[in-house]
Design a protein around this ligand. Structure first.
Ligand code: TRP
Ligand code: SF4
Length: 327
């Protein structure tokens, strides 16, 4: 039986961190086995809230290098850039005409951005259109499944409605995609806020052992645990939240050790450092291997985009024909 087709994208907003790895990439790597996967760099989506991205070619290529270094495999999955796939743009224009403004304005991510009149005067049309472009990204490939984070679920619901509208008008041309939610917990930044580049609190995939050690030393622990002999409460500690992910086999020992002050925060952080460092080491090695092959990323993208054009071209041919553009 043919594998179901899957599409997902990631915005090119800068270097990737453990939140991307745990929340998205590990999931993608696993999904490659079961689905026909199309993964793309959502380059246009990265511009919905900024005018310019410095060194964009490097930003894109480095993101692709990160994908490959964690195990996204160009032999299994199609890897491409949204900005090379003009089919997405054409379909977005078409679908924008079938999308009532109210649907977009009610979108939670958009509503958050236009709280007041001042925000309304700065937020872009592209931001409002975000879910329409996202629908086009998916519909171009006639994808059946889309892995998204919980925050993106309303977007996918909108995509389904837009596609239903298109199909209701022109016939069953585009499949209605289903969301697959990854079950990973949200990773906190080293300051206990949501991990985000803009908070400067992230642990990057590209940390060296030294910079990783430094970041882990900076992590917020139980603020009540001032002296080495004070017992701690692991449940309020960021380090412990990470141990839940990276040290599940020693979690009880660490939790009890913290509560009884049998272990100190320094040792506790060292254990975490060893775990994360051991996980990152093969990723670093693969990155070096990839970087040692000049032209490799360009080749991966050229092959991916060739295949992507075949599939998107077919969909767009049906769309153009159904709407009366081809005669
Ligand atoms: N909206 C996604 C994000 O911010 C990125 C994205 C763009 C996407 N187009 C998509 C994800 C299509 C899945 C399918 O993470
Ligand atoms: Fe956090 Fe570990 Fe210190 Fe307890 S011992 S407060 S879990 S770093």
């Amino acid at each position: 039986m043919a594998k179901k087709r899957l599409v997902s994208g990631m915005r090119t907003t800068g270097s990737l961190h453990l939140g991307h790895l745990e929340g998205t990439l590990k999931n993608w790597v696993a999904l490659q086995e079961k689905y026909e996967c199309f993964f793309f760099a959502a380059v246009w989506h990265a511009f919905t809230d900024r005018l310019k991205i410095d060194n964009l070619p490097e930003v894109i290529d480095e993101m692709i290098v990160d994908w490959l270094s964690v195990g996204i495999d160009p032999e299994k999955s199609v890897i491409m850039r949204q900005s090379s796939m003009l089919e997405h743009a054409e379909l977005a224009v078409i679908l924008s005409n079938m999308t009532p403004l109210g649907w977009l304005e009610r979108c939670p991510t958009f509503k958050d951005d236009v709280r007041d009149d001042e925000a309304r005067s700065t937020v872009s049309l592209g931001k409002l259109m975000y879910p329409v472009l996202m629908t086009a990204d998916i519909a171009c490939y006639n994808a059946e499944v889309v892995p998204v984070g919980r925050d993106q679920l309303p977007h996918l619901e909108l995509s389904r409605e837009i596609i239903r509208r298109f199909n209701g008008t022109y016939g069953e041309i585009i499949k209605e995609p289903e969301a697959i939610l990854s079950s990973v917990p949200m990773l906190l930044g080293i300051d206990k806020r949501k991990m985000s580049k803009s908070y400067n609190n992230s642990i990057e995939l590209r940390e060296t052992p030294a910079s990783l050690k430094d970041k882990i030393q900076q992590m917020i622990t139980d603020p009540q645990r001032v002296r080495r002999n004070d017992p701690g409460d692991p449940e309020v500690c960021t380090v412990y939240a990470y141990h839940k992910i990276y040290t599940p086999d020693r979690l009880e020992e660490i939790g009890a050790g913290c509560r009884s002050a049998a272990i100190g925060c320094r040792d506790c952080k060292n254990i975490l450092f060893e775990r994360i460092n051991a996980m990152l080491e093969p990723i670093r090695q693969r990155r070096e291997e990839i970087k040692a092959r000049p032209g490799y990323i360009a080749d991966v993208l050229a092959a991916g985009e060739k295949r992507a054009h075949e599939v998107a071209g077919e969909t767009m041919h049906s769309v153009r024909k159904a709407m009366g553009f081809l005669y």
